[in-house]
Design a protein around this ligand. Structure first.
Ligand code: ZN
Ligand code: ZN
Length: 83
């Protein structure tokens, strides 16, 4: 079984992968790891933040995650200044 990290950016090398949507509304089972030696299985509430606008898109991450929401375009984080 392979679990893929869902985070777009990392501040401290900690990865989080969605393991299972528990079927219970609002929570999911996550695998959090920091290398192969430190693996933690945790149940986390879903991120409640929805994208602005009439067709609000839900975030696929857990509540209080550090990085941008899944509906945020990572490219927008890049700012290029004219030289
Ligand atoms: Zn990661
Ligand atoms: Zn989010």
């Amino acid at each position: 079984m392979a679990v893929q990290c869902q985070l777009a950016t990392h501040s401290d090398g900690e990865h989080s992968g969605l393991l299972d949507d528990l079927g219970e509304y609002g929570t999911a089972l996550w695998l959090r790891w920091r290398g192969a030696a430190e693996v933690e299985l945790i149940v986390l509430p879903d991120c409640p933040v929805v994208s602005p606008g009439p067709d609000g898109e839900g975030c696929c991450l857990f509540a209080d995650h550090a990085d941008q929401h899944t509906w945020q375009d990572a490219v927008e984080e890049t700012l290029s200044l004219p030289s």
